[in-house]
Design a protein around this ligand. Structure first.
Ligand code: FE
Length: 175
């Protein structure tokens, strides 16, 4: 059943102030940046581009870029992940499907997987929203390291200082 129309023109903007405690929005015009310095290297083949580093809710949204048949090390997700493939193609060693350009992936809590980019794909870029923590582990689940929104922020600060953007550059992505 359609909602009842109010008496105003449908294009009348909301007239009241936002809650005083609400956080400001984030708008990133060039999400896939032209400035290479914005990509934060993780390994020789893997880097990420922060979009929203949400320390108040404990998740992050970033673009993951893998070049030259790189691998994102085996890890476990206790919380869900959403992914949207913007460029290229990749797969998990643990699954028989392939994530193709334009495709969406939901990774359920309890997943442990290893992301590999095939040899014939020079570059893949995927938007991931990752909740909570990524636990790096050995093939039998023994945890060897982790990443969370705070390690992501730290990596950004270190990298942006080194490339001359300044450690404050990351602040625009933090909420
Ligand atoms: Fe993952």
């Amino acid at each position: 059943m359609p909602l009842e129309q109010d008496e105003y023109d449908p294009k009348t903007p909301y007239q009241l102030p936002y809650p005083v405690d609400a956080l400001p929005e984030i708008v990133v015009p060039n999400a896939i940046p032209e400035d290479e310095r914005i990509w934060v290297p993780q390994t020789e083949t893997v880097s990420f581009r922060p979009l929203c580093l949400n320390r108040s809710a404990g998740y992050w949204v970033n673009l993951l870029r893998v070049r030259g048949s790189g691998v994102l090390s085996r890890h476990r997700h206790p919380q869900p992940v959403h992914g949207f493939v913007l460029k290229g193609r990749w797969e998990y060693l643990e699954h028989d499907w392939v994530a193709e350009e334009g495709g969406y992936v939901f990774e359920a809590p309890g997943e442990t997987h290893t992301l590999v980019v095939p040899d014939d794909v020079p570059e893949m870029i995927t938007l991931f929203q990752v909740n909570g923590v990524m636990l790096y582990c050995d093939p039998y689940g023994k945890v060897t390291g982790y990443e969370d929104v705070f390690t992501k922020i730290e990596m950004c600060r270190k990298h942006y200082t080194e490339v001359g953007l300044g450690e404050d550059y990351v602040d625009q992505f933090i909420r």
